[in-house]
Design a protein around this ligand. Structure first.
Ligand SMILES: CC(C)(COP(=O)(O)OP(=O)(O)OC[C@H]1O[C@@H](n2cnc3c(N)ncnc32)[C@H](O)[C@@H]1OP(=O)(O)O)[C@@H](O)C(=O)NCCC(=O)NCCS
Length: 173
């Protein structure tokens, strides 16, 4: 696969089937990285995905970015406005690139798109949690400017894991 043929864009309200496909791919491929399990997500009704697609498509509270290779979604990332409890902060969650689309710069472009949206809603920083042992993800985030202030928390959902917070200060413009 060639990175130049992959389009990174914000989800549209009617893209819920693409969201379902790429999210289920993520949960099957890298279960350790996420709290929701594949079985849980597979059991969601269509209305859950429809609601999430709509939420990620418009408005200022959440933005879902998709990486599209033709009509297949090969990656995603979600930004969530956390400014109500943490002024200026956007949390980044649900980051995934399909194995056959990795190391082509798609992850970098997905995060850049979330950061761009974060700037638009006047956030000053983005932050995310990486499960300890997910060295590829930690290396990825470090390469695009994320740093860990040694903030750790234990995930209580099985299997019990520790995760670390990584953050980035957004420069203006
Ligand atoms: C982490 C992930 C999103 C990276 O996506 P990607 O599209 O492959 O990343 P990019 O191609 O944009 O990589 C950018 C840079 O990050 C670093 N990087 C990415 N993957 C890496 C890896 N496996 N090992 C070491 N460094 C890595 C490199 O510096 C890379 O630049 P280079 O390819 O020029 O060397 C992808 O591996 C993935 O989906 N993993 C499984 C799900 C997951 O762990 N999500 C994160 C949850 S917190």
């Amino acid at each position: 696969m060639d990175g130049t043929s992959i389009d990174v864009r914000r989800i549209r309200g009617d893209d819920w089937e693409l969201l379902r496909q790429v999210r289920l791919d993520a949960l099957l491929d890298t279960p350790i990285a996420f709290i929701t399990t594949h079985a849980e997500a597979e059991a969601f009704g269509d209305e859950v995905w429809q609601e999430r697609a709509l939420l990620g498509a418009s408005g200022g509270s959440q933005a879902t970015m998709l990486a599209m290779a033709g009509d297949r979604a090969v990656g995603m990332a979600v930004g969530i406005d956390r400014s109500a409890s943490r002024p200026g902060l956007v949390a980044i969650v649900s980051v995934f690139v399909a194995p056959d689309a990795r190391r082509l710069g798609v992850g970098r472009r997905l995060i850049a798109a979330v950061e761009e949206w974060a700037r638009q809603i006047e956030a000053t920083a983005t932050s995310l949690w990486v499960v300890e042992g997910n060295d590829a993800a930690a290396a990825f985030y470090e390469s695009i400017g994320y740093r860990s202030p040694l903030d750790r928390q234990r995930i209580t959902a099985p299997p019990v894991r520790w995760e670390m917070r990584m953050t980035k200060t957004l420069s203006g413009g």
